[in-house]
Design a protein around this ligand. Sequence first.
Ligand code: SF4
Ligand code: SF4
Length: 275
Amino acid sequence: MEPDTLWTRAGAAGWGTCAYADLLPHMDEHAQAKAEGLCPVPAGVYVAAFPYYAGETPGNLSRYARGEDYHTALARRLTPVCAALEAAHPFHKFVPLVDNSPLPEREAARLAGLGLRGKNGLVILPPWGSWLFLATVLTDLPLPSAPAASPDCMGCGACLAACPGKALGPNGFDISKCLSELTQRKGELTAEQTGLLRRHNLIWGCDACQTVCPYNRDVPITPLPEFRDGLLSTLTPKDVENSTRKQFQAAFPDRAFTWRGPGVLERNLKLKEEK
Ligand code: SF4
Ligand code: SF4
């Protein structure tokens, strides 16, 4: 089967390839060792984008976390792709990777010429905007990078202006100030971080830099049912209070926030009440 057909059947809105060697300047030794542990002679990377925009329902969870846990959903979608690639190239290895991957996925997408590179660091793939999950397949089959890497977005700067924690600046991205990361962080927070969380409109994730992006206007609803149907947009105190990790996992078995347990979400909800 042609790779185009394979990826389309898997539900990808776009895909491309890059040479593993081109990623090396963006990987530290630990990431390289991890990649080589998964695929001893890595030579190429497939990278694909899966849209998840599901409309404008209000809620206190980031859009990416409202549907089925994307790790599970994309792993399921990558399985037949890897099986078909293995059948076509029986002497090569194909390792599906979603998110917790040693590969710098956004850089792989840029080298593959997939969409545009936003100033917020995200991949933008019209008409799906930046509401995308990226997934990769690492292989020892040599694959080329695109003749031209992805161009930059129009550079309007709206994402920088909208960033609540000033995590986005002219010098790049500071993850320690990103609300998406802060909403997931356990342990002691500084007074400044607590204030940011209290003023933030979500208890999990942050959509501010995506909501204002012009490429995210009039985006079609995802055709992928696991990100479109059965959505959970809001968690209430009742969902997390007096809940053990086990009870929380039983109540929300297939969501992207489940791994974190109820404690951090309860803290974030309480901060909102103190507003
Ligand atoms: S997710 Fe939120 S805090 Fe993080 S860079 Fe985007 S706007 Fe800033
Ligand atoms: S908001 Fe503007 S600068 Fe930021 S990613 Fe979108 S188009 Fe680019």
